[in-house]
Design a protein around this ligand. Structure first.
Ligand code: ATP
Ligand code: MG
Length: 552
């Protein structure tokens, strides 16, 4: 784990050098998503990196939609991306669409043709692949490579005017078919695609390729440091070629860093879209999804995501981060902030046989022992309570300190309670526990007569509020793949468990996105989609503990 303090990283060093040497006066970064899906936690890493870098050096950051591929892009995605970036806590200086530069890009492509370094090619995609050569073998020049400038200008214009079908012709840069870098072997820079674009409609039927468009977008906006993931390292010579040969005034610098990979997580919009389309999840914002929208709905906070992104640091070497690290930052963020309340997920009824039928005691309990500012609430205690199934065993193993016949435990904030009888239904299932309480042992009265080993949570049956609680496991199992298996074969069939729970009455009016710690059970978020006037739905964000220890 590099750079826990985020005080410095190799990209920052480059920026400092460039500012000191006067290469750039002000730094300008950008976050350039393609609007072909919802953003995921990997994008958060890039967002945090770009925005914080600019902030630190008083520069600017653009949000730019890299919408040069008409077939997969959609306005729904544009809106979700804007919402997610804002929610993470960042404000862009400018909002741009690459598609607004199509005229400029067309002009620059024409310039390349006039300079004799771009040509229209009639080879099919398949032929082009054959001609391209391999890592060890140089490529072959296309027979169309030596068309005259006039012919190329004419054909390119006719491509634009819609005279040809998809795939019939492309525009290629004329660089070097024997370059050891395959990206430099006359890369395609424009292709024909007769499809409607979410922004430009049917104005265009030719679209620039990513490797041509991206450097131009950066240069047009005056981006100084164009930060991208490692796969683009071999594309950098082409990036620089495009900026130079298109005679762009501004000269951005491409810097690559390792993308974020997380255990048990797929992180590609294409794969996430498959999970949605194939109905493995409810939607892009399903709380199991690693999308920003999913994490938000699950209950993650912007602070937790930002702190996580800063802690994982920025490196050149690819690595996989343990997903539990993200959970660590959520706990750290919420620990002092949230109300700690009682909820029973799998209820068993407890009857305190020596407690008066109609009596109710209101116990004043602080909301968060570590944060007195959060105040306190009144928790009712009465003769009939619910406890969690896990806190009772009829025939317990050694070292089980919770409730079992003959054993006495503390009911948190209330009394010592002893189990005397177990009532079962005709199938032998435990339905009720008959217990007695000791009035002397009330919490807060300083009782020291004897000790008990276990403390368990509970809610008063008469006062409890019913709620649906959703528990999650990782959506993707990290297992060795067998031949022919895809990530869809690794979808965890048990990723969601829905329980009918009871929560203490103080949570009756909880609102979407209110967050709680249910003591002993974890952190929970009121689900904004499923919660209605008459039904509370909680998502477990994370459990209370994990085996994962963060290195400090
Ligand atoms: P995906 O395959 O998920 O669509 P992408 O890289 O094609 O990923 P873009 O929309 O092009 O997605 O990404 C916008 C920015 O986010 C790019 O600068 C990209 O480098 C960065 N990014 C995408 N995924 C990650 C990741 N896992 N870690 C860090 N940065 C990422
Ligand atoms: Mg992409």
């Amino acid at each position: 784990m590099e750079n826990m303090t985020s005080s410095s990283n190799f990209i920052k060093n480059i920026v400092v050098e460039d500012l000191n040497s006067g290469k750039y006066k002000e730094i300008v970064t950008r976050f350039p998503p393609e609007p072909n899906g919802y953003l995921h936690i990997g994008h958060a890493k890039s967002i945090v990196l770009n925005f914080e870098l600019a902030d630190e050096f008083k520069g600017k950051t653009n949000l730019r939609f890299d919408d040069t591929n008409p077939t997969k892009e959609d306005t729904e995605y544009v809106e979700s991306i804007k919402e997610d970036v804002k929610w993470l806590g960042f404000e862009w200086d400018n909002l741009f669409f690459a598609s607004n530069y199509f005229d400029e890009m067309y002009k620059r492509a024409t310039l390349l043709i006039k300079k004799g370094i771009a040509f229209v090619d009639d080879l099919s995609a398949e032929q082009m692949k054959e001609y391209r050569g391999t890592l060890t073998q140089s490529g072959k020049e296309s027979p169309y490579r030596n068309r005259t400038v006039e012919e190329n200008l004419d054909l390119f214009e006719r491509m634009k005017n819609g005279e040809f079908k998809d795939g019939e012709k492309v525009l290629r840069a004329k660089i070097d078919m024997s370059s050891p870098n395959i990206n430099m072997r006359d890369p395609v820079i424009y292709r024909i695609a007769h499809s409607s674009h979410h922004n430009t409609g049917d104005k265009w039927c030719i679209y620039p390729m990513y490797d041509f468009a991206h450097p131009l977008e950066d240069a047009i906006e005056g981006i100084t440091h164009s930060i991208c993931t490692l796969e683009f390292e071999d594309h950098r010579p082409l990036y620089d070629w495009v900026v130079r040969e298109c005679e762009m005034e501004s000269k951005p610098k491409q810097i690559e860093f390792a993308r974020l990979n997380l255990t048990n997580t797929v992180m590609s919009k294409r794969k996430l879209k498959l999970l949605v389309d194939e109905k493995f999840v409810d939607a892009w914002d399903d709380p199991r999804m690693p999308t920003i929208a999913g994490l938000r709905r699950r209950g993650f906070t912007p602070e937790a995501l930002r702190n996580f992104c800063k802690a994982i640091g920025v490196a050149k070497a690819a690595s996989t981060v343990d997903a539990q690290m993200l959970e660590h930052f959520l706990r750290e963020d919420l620990e002092q902030k949230v109300f700690k309340t009682m909820a029973v997920l799998r209820p068993i009824k407890v009857v305190i046989t020596n407690y008066p039928e109609d009596q109710v005691e209101m116990l004043e309990v602080p909301y968060n022992q570590d944060n007195p500012e959060l105040g306190s609430r009144m928790v009712p205690f009465s003769r009939e309570l619910y406890i969690d199934e896990d806190d009772f065993m009829e025939d317990p193993p050694k070292k089980y300190h919770r409730l079992y016949p003959g054993n006495e435990v503390r009911f948190k904030e209330a009394y010592f309670i002893k189990c005397n009888d177990v009532i079962k239904d005709e199938n032998g299932k435990v339905v009720e526990l008959h217990c007695t309480y000791d009035p002397e042992t009330k919490s807060g009265t300083g009782f020291t007569g004897r000790k008990v080993k276990g403390t368990i949570h509970w809610v008063s049956a008469k006062h409890a509020v019913s709620a649906e609680v959703r528990l999650y496991e990782p959506l993707i199992l990290d297992e060795e793949k067998e031949d022919g298996e895809t990530f869809l074969d690794q979808v965890n069939p048990n990723s969601l468990e829905i329980l009918n729970a009871f929560v203490e009455p103080s949570m009756k009016d909880a609102k979407a996105h209110d967050k709680f710690q249910f003591i002993r059970l974890g952190y929970f978020n009121v689900d904004p989609k499923y919660t209605t006037e008459d039904k509370l739905v909680f998502n477990r964000i994370v459990s209370l503990k994990s085996s994962f220890k963060i290195q400090k």
